[in-house]
Design a protein around this ligand. Structure first.
Ligand code: SAH
Length: 257
């Protein structure tokens, strides 16, 4: 049950910690600077096994976590980090059976997290650039995500869905689509916007108050500080991702008659 099968994704780690993502195929081979590994060497092995390349280099093999997969998949736009995806999941209460609208899709990193958390629900994801949408579609399918509908459409032109549970935006000018969002979101539904700069945050919060129909407006930032722990060392890593973006979260009010 736990051994690798043909068609599955595998992630290979070399002794320097470099990662390589492969889809296992009979007759397939993984080539890198330290030789070749036939996919058949991996098929039938357990996760956490070591395989040896044609030049004698050792590689550790696992099934990729979603975080690892996202770091290795092809990108169009910059992808959202796992810390921000996770915080969106928690603060916007993303859960099974949710109907979610997302824009823009970009490379599909956040879409993958949303699809997983909205298990048995559905993610309608809007991307205005056809080239990015094509990359995202491949990334989503390769991972095996099925509960999404990818639309090549500028969300400014409107959201086709009604009464959705969540609207999640990762685009630069969210204040321009608030009227559209307001119409699509059900009473009590969550609105989330990811923004890299605080000037955008300020503008969006002012716009949310101006348009009305939203409450419980919050702004949050996720800082993740990886640490090094060794026999004689216990300190934060010297270099880290200092900033990605802010989250603006709000809930839709019921329209008064
Ligand atoms: N969250 C994504 C990255 C999004 S990058 C990920 O994790 O992979 C922002 C994307 O929004 C870009 O691909 C851009 O083309 C798209 N975009 C910007 N404005 C848009 C709009 N009005 N409608 C739809 N897509 C838009």
């Amino acid at each position: 049950m736990c051994v690798f099968k043909e068609g599955e994704l595998a992630i290979l780690y070399d002794n320097k910690g470099r990662r390589y993502l492969v889809t296992l195929q009979k007759g397939g081979a993984f080539h890198y600077h330290s030789g070749v590994v036939a996919h058949e060497e991996i098929i039938g092995k357990k996760e956490g096994s070591v395989v040896t390349s044609s030049l004698g280099a050792k590689l550790l093999v696992f099934r990729p976590s979603l975080e690892e997969y996202i770091l290795e998949m092809p990108r169009g736009a910059q992808v959202m980090y796992a810390k921000d995806c996770a915080l969106i999941g928690a603060l916007a209460d993303i859960k099974p059976r949710d109907r979610i609208v997302e824009a823009g899709t970009g490379s599909g990193a956040l879409t993958l997290f949303l699809c997983r958390q909205a298990n048995q629900g559905i993610v309608y994801t809007y991307e205005k650039r056809e080239d990015f949408a094509r990359i995202a579609d491949k990334n989503l399918r390769r991972w095996g995500a099925e509960n999404f509908v990818l639309k090549i459409k500028d969300i400014k032109e409107g959201i086709d869905e009604e009464d959705v549970d969540k609207v999640v935006l990762d685009l630069p000018e969210p204040w321009e689509v608030l009227d559209v969002v307001k119409r699509a979101l059900r009473p009590g539904g969550f609105f989330v916007s990811f923004l890299p700069t605080i000037l955008q945050v300020h503008r969006l919060v002012m716009a949310l108050k101006e348009i009305g129909g939203f409450s419980q407006i919050r702004v949050q930032e996720a800082l993740l500080r990886p640490w090094v722990i060794d026999e004689r060392i216990a300190r934060p890593e010297l270099r880290m991702v200092a900033h990605t973006g802010f989250l603006v979260i709000a809930r839709r009010l019921a329209d008064e008659p």
